[in-house]
Write a protein that binds this ligand. Sequence first.
Ligand code: S3P
Length: 448
Amino acid sequence: MATQGLTARKAGPLSGSVRVPGDKSISHRALMLGAMAVGETEIHGLLAGEDVLRTAAALSAMGAAVTPPAADGDPWRVAGVGVGGLAEPAGVLDMGNSGTAARLLTGLIAGHPFTAFLTGDASLVRRPMRRVMEPLERMGAAFVTRSGGRLPMAVIGPDPVLPITYALPVASAQVKSAVLLAGLNAPGLTTVIERQPTRDHSELMLRHFGAALAVSREADGSHAIALTGQPELTGRPVHVPADISSAAFPLVAALICPGSDIVLRDVGMNPRRAGLVETLREMGADIVAENARVEAGEPTADLRVRAGPLAGVSVPPQRAPAMIDEYPVLCIAAACAEGPTRMLGVGELRVKESDRIARMAEGLAACGVRVEATEDSLTVHGTGRPPPGGATVATALDHRIAMSFLVLGLATDAPVAVDDAGPIDTSFPGFAATMATLGAALRSTAAA
Ligand code: S3P
């Protein structure tokens, strides 16, 4: 497939107000629970990015009709089949680049007595699936995978699926959600125990659709999330806030381009997702949340962001789940900050769309930044001004690596290019247009 490079050059101050596309995590879940409900679900502001479209296509292939908006501003519609009502898909379900689609749908499928085949792109087939297979096997599901527990994979759903109590060995909302989604069709209580709190969109959305879900705190501080199986879920409207993980790119761009003053509208500010804002504020960033409100259980605000000097900080490992997707762009802020920024306990970054510790370390070094990486940490040494830039960075099928380095190139003296901007469409369709609205032009470079 032809790849399309993109180049960022030094920009003047960014200004204006934009709404980035809908939250990816919430969009996947809205489609899946809409499919499990009885009746129709209208989803307003769904992210129409490639990852979410993979989930929509897979659900359609299993009998839940998903209809795109007829006109701009209309909602997506899902005609639900009810809990346990999916049908065996005739073909292979291609999850593309999306780990969330692959892992959550594996859970959903494991709650049905049929066999489905899943695959993905060159990035996804390298990512670990054992973490979801292990609890789902305890619930009665069986799997056939490539060596190392990787896609392509057959999911063989049990009849019936068994409720379990499962303590998460890794802090992963995807694993938690896969177990809960399988538990939807299990008779009895399915309980997931998490030591470190991870994003709770599945819990909020399950309740929104009418499931009985109890969250309690254990003596050791962990959370136990108990779902009563086989509820009758009812189709409901869902309003998806703008994705904080996408807002993070213009946000950091505004911080590092002197004189910038922008507003990011309707950003989802769920505390389990907002770790980047907390970290950047510790670094001295001027970020003001205006018009704070709660929409469909999700805290939302407009973020006013103004450029200013940043100082390096140490980011504690406990914060990692609340900003796991934002470390690449935090590295860019850190590269422009004064002093070292230490990111600790971030080993999970090695199994994202790419090995993000390796890709960030390599790309930053090529742009003139001193970086130290270990198996589960990254330290970026900033000098208080943007690094020289002047490199072309390999995207490695990773949208967030691509967008991070394009943000850096808006502040460096020499341009920064990425070899393949295609993956950006998985999470942030219209990224270049959004940046252009704020005054930052990204230019296409020769197709490779
Ligand atoms: C997600 C959870 C996170 C995150 C991913 C989306 C989700 O993954 O990195 O982009 O929607 O549940 P892990 O659960 O593997 O940490």
